[in-house]
Write a protein that binds this ligand. Sequence first.
Ligand code: C2E
Ligand code: CA
Ligand code: CA
Length: 568
Amino acid sequence: MSGRPLRLLILEDRPEDADLALRQLRRAGFDPTWRRVEDEEGFRANLDPELDLIIADYHQPQFDALRALKLMQEAGLDIPFVLVSGAVGEDMAVAAVRLGAVDYVLKDRLGRLGTAVENALEQAKLRRRQQEGQKALEHQALHDGLTDLPNRLMFRQQIEKGLAERASLAVLVLDLDNFREINDTFGHKIGDGLLGQIAPRLREHVDSRDLIARLGGDEFGILLRDTDAAHAMGVAESLLRVERPFLIEGHPLEVTASIGIAVFPQHGSTAETLLQRADVALYVAKRPGNSAAVYRHEDDPYDPSRVALQADLRQAIARREIILYYQPQVAIATGEVTGFEALARWRHTQRGWIPPVEFIPVAERMGLIKPLTACLVELAARQVVAWQRSGISIPVAVNVSMRNLLDPRFPATLKEIVATSGTPARQIKLEITESALMTEPARVLETMNELRAIGFGFSIDDFGTGYSSLAYLQRLPVEEIKIDRSFVGELSNNAGSGAIVRATIELAGGLGLDVVAEGVEDESTWQSLGRLGCSTAQGYFLSRPMPPSEVEGWLAEWSKRSDRLQAA
Ligand code: C2E
Ligand code: CA
Ligand code: CA
């Protein structure tokens, strides 16, 4: 006769009592494989997770059943435990059941043992199912259904855990660049297949203890521990170097991605801030020419001080608190003042002077650059008229942002401004950065031609930092380029910069363009530029940007200084 197998441990000092119990179990249809132990040592040695059941005599001479229960629980085991006992006090029985014993059977009613064991096994099965269900639920709550990767919630929890350990860590957010196209072209099935293959690829490039999660859609998170921004950037670059195309159901798919990085402690000390800042960096990484970027404060539209700035900026523009300082431009050969560049200045009522590199990008993102530029061009135009009245006839250059050039109403707006102020448009030059030209050349060219027709002149700002060729500039209505100050400043101590400046001056001369060197800080740079044939200089050597009230005084000073310089 073969009954239900039962791996059994019996805690009982009397072999004959153990036999009685076994007989009852066989009668109830079990086929026990069993060991009998008498003391703590034996119990410990035979306790194992694969046991189906423990039965124990309550009245053990050296080792009582309550202690056995405790040992089992301490070992993290949940094995059905049935007390078999002589007369046991009710309070003892209660204590035992509370500790986890499932049931107890009196020795003189041993006929009940079979049923008690059945119940105990049944209950254990239920508990196991519940635990498994619980685990599955927990897994589901913390994992993504499609890829079975940890989800955003778990990613956050793991970041928090890392933060609690105060170890440096980096949060990388990776986003596929062309996932939507792939989905639209090949269908969701292929798209899903692709998402499933991303993690294994990423795994090849990170440490086994680093976490990879799916944050949603085509966005993945990677948590690196004990790292810094430079190392995280290195990892990001290796992650992006996934050259092999993905093969999904026979379709080879070329996939590219972008990665944003935020690092603890530099960029934040909560999971929320780090994730959000990695997103800001991702936004920057998505720009053409980038693929991975570390968070930078100045890119961040959510930065708390920046949020405050946004509210203030709107008001400042409306109240005309943003004003212009003027920096002279001088012909190197003659010392003649050929123009002024107007540079925006904001004197914030609480925060003092805020530099344009801080508030111009905010204005651009908030859609405030149109009113701001209009306001500043108007200010410059009025200044030109005011100087003309006092006998100073010098053109002013105003900086214009790329967004202005993409605004179809920009030419009309400027036309009205110059008409109202009575300034000839040719007295106003618009400075456009090289990178703005490259963003949407066709639209920008159209706007430039309209502005040119009104009479405005153009100057290409920060030349040398972008990728435009001089040949391309020739097709634009441009008469001047400004060599970026990073090259000019290095002129005397960096041969590479010297070569760039020299080549630019020569090529520009061939194309009939004027060249303004920005950032001329000392006399030796001024002299070198003169020797290289550069027409115009601008920089601290001549003057810092100044409020319009100081311009007349400076002009008088300059004519004296210029004579001395020419004589030298
Ligand atoms: P930018 O157009 O290249 O302006 C020249 C910047 O170089 C100015 O900084 C000026 O103060 C600084 N500078 C002048 N001479 C020297 C020098 O000898 N050495 C050094 N190290 N720096 C010198 P600023 O006024 O802080 O302006 C920074 C940038 O902000 C400008 O760069 C321009 O891109 C932008 N910006 C300024 N005003 C406006 C504006 O009204 N509208 C727009 N859209 N952008 C503006
Ligand atoms: Ca400029
Ligand atoms: Ca510049």
